[in-house]
Design a protein around this ligand. Sequence first.
Ligand code: BES
Ligand code: ZN
Length: 650
Amino acid sequence: MKQLLWIVSIILFLASCDSLHSTKTAPKSPLNERADAHSYANLTEISTKHLHLELDVNFENRTIYGIARHEMKNYGADTAIFDINGLMIQKVTIGEKGSEEEADMFIDKMDKDSILGQALMVPIKEDTKFVNIYYQTTERSDALDWLDTNLTSSKTKPFLYTQGQAILTRTWIPLQDSPSNRITYSADVKVPSDLMAVMSAHNPTKKNNEGLYHFEMNKPIPAYLIALAVGDLEYHAFSANSGVYAEPELLSSCAYEFDAIPQMISAAEKLYGPYQWDQYDILVLPYSFPFGGMENPMLTFANPTLLAGDKSLVSVIAHELAHSWSGNLVTNRTWNDFWLNEGFTVYFEQRIMESIYGKEVADILALIEFDELKDELKRIKKSEHPEDSQLHLALEGRNPDDGMTDIAYVKGAFFLKTLEAHVGREKFDVFLKSYFETFQFKTVDTKQFIRFLNEHLLAKEKGNFNYDAWIYSEGLPTNCLQLHSTRLDDMQTLADNFTHGKVSFAPKITYTYKKVGKRSKKIKRVEQITYQDHIVQEWQTFIRRLPRNLPHAKMMEIDRYLRFSFSGNSELLTEWFILSANNGYAQTNKHQIAAFLTKVGRRKYLMPIYEALLLNKSTRNFAVHTFQGAKQNYHAVSRKSIEALMLETK
Ligand code: BES
Ligand code: ZN
């Protein structure tokens, strides 16, 4: 009975909200253009301006006890609606700290597929400005990755980090979780005194004995960029405004691997204007981190697999740095406009790489990705959602993570590269610079971008550019820019020659005879193609070109001389393990595959390896078994993706 009353009261409450909303005069909010299908927040009526967090991070019971104090711009709302998912709400109060009054609250039921979580509704007055939510996180707080000591490099201290994008911030902070709203934030965080806390904000460079840290982010950012990490951290500075945080054991390799950062910052500033976030630091996380990098402002979160030892994966850092403009300064209004974040960032990343390492290297990187785009296009065409290959997405009712494909990234970047080729680099750079300047600290949707493109670039051009074909059509337009790399062509030839027995990786010994006085001297010459002869992206191209059924003996030969199964480069390992799964060689290198899958949590690597293993009868059990042992080492983002993959491939 009690339950029934509760349900009735919720329905009545919802009905009353609804009628009130529809009879309201047009709101004055700046956000009245478009709603965000992935948030319950009523941003057009009331929106957070500043969020102050009081957090107590408890490693014993893996819980954050928090207060989220929202200072809001109220346009006359009678209800403030927040997003929550997997949070326990203790109480809500209204008013400034010290003069708070407890308020009513209503928590709606979980949405059908539990993607969005729940709406937390707080009845308020027209002039209410302060709403404080007292809460704690739970096991279902998917943003949080709590790591036992054994999963850190020190093996002695635990670690916690958050991953907010796309809609996981609501699993650790009750807030209006939409990229269309920007907020400043501050935080007081209490952590165990032997650990240090860092956030996407101004950060300490040293631990303090109390374990109390204060943070300020005084530039407005979208909710998905609020981030926290707690661990045994040390800092190494590259320059007055850049450096790297890592566990002590990793710090010196980080200092070596990422030392191009100051150079990257100046290259980026030269292209598209000043870096606006004061400080640019990297935080190297434990191996479970599900992404290569995450552009949390002032503090990029990075995967330790980037520490390849030879700086071969620094383009990921260029990418996250580029987000300081595309994404963090100018933010996609909704997740349907995700390509505005990622397509621009990949384009920008390649420009940074080009200015530091030259066009040949930048083109190689772009071609590797273009190759992946072609596969992605084939996959999407056959899928349930062939429309996902348009740049502008329609993700209503779906998980915004579905938009994280090579379409947004690579098709997006090639759209901009094609535009650049059409108008010329000089004009294009002027255009991009003014785009960042015009929309800085704002959010943009696809329509606004198109308007800006027409007014500031295409109107001044003769001839047409069919951007609709890129943005609103499936597949790849025929005018797409074509790139070539003779170095990659050569690797394909090498792969073909090796496959057909014309080339071997074994040392080739030849003797020549040279006359020395009256005698002739035998001179030994050893010729061999070695791993060091090529960069990792060239070897990736080599592997991709090998036939899926390459015989076991050839796989053995490669491993004997090039040692791919033992490589320290995860990009290369991933290509090699996929091929191994496809041609049965996984029987031979299964220990290396299992070790990699158990250690590394980056989804981009895990997914294709698991997929290849799962689709193959002889390796499916091995994959399932490995996953059982490894899943507690993964962040929820990766774990859930692999679980879904297991069902799909059944
Ligand atoms: N912002 C993304 C990561 C992301 C996107 C997380 C969507 C959650 C939802 C980040 O900048 C990114 O793109 N990472 C890439 C790096 C690569 C493209 C260089 C990654 O992790 O693979
Ligand atoms: Zn990105």
